[in-house]
Each structure stands twice: as structure tokens, then as C-alpha cells.
Design a binder for this molecule. Sequence first.
Ligand SMILES: [Zn+2]
Length: 88
Amino acid sequence: MPETTFNPTDRTQENWENSAAAKSLKELQDNPRVKYIVVIAPQDACPACQNLVGTYPKDQVPHLPLESCSHPMGCCAYYLPYLDEIYP
Ligand SMILES: [Zn+2]
């Protein structure tokens, strides 16, 4: 059986950096108007993803999709920007 040796950590990191979630997160992090990153999960998301829902500082945002996600299709948790809308 070929292809049985892989390092899950490395692969996850590689997938993360090439994922749509990583790109959208980076755009949000690069936007100075975005104060925080909000993680949203749909109503039928698994408990792991539900636990992730919340508002995070831009440098402490969890990676999506969640590795411990137990939903067969993935839960489709996603990022939303929390904008700084207070202007002088
Ligand atoms: Zn999930």
C-alpha cells in the first residue's frame, strides 16, 4: 500500500496555507478596518465547530476547517470581519 507515510502536521499546514479559508483570513487580517475576526458556524455544525464560534483577535484566529470537525461533509464554519465602524 503506497502513500501510507505522511506527516499530518506538515500536510495540514500546507493545506491551510493554500486553502480558501487561509486566503480570506489573510485578507481580513490585512484590512486595517477589521478589528476582530468572527467565526461563524451553521446551525447543524458539529460541537467542535460550535465551540469555535466567537470573536477573536486578528492574530489568534483558529484555522478552518477544524481538524477535529466530526461532520462528514465538514461544517463550513467561516470567517466574518468585525469592522471598526467608529469614526472620529
Ligand atoms: Zn464541524
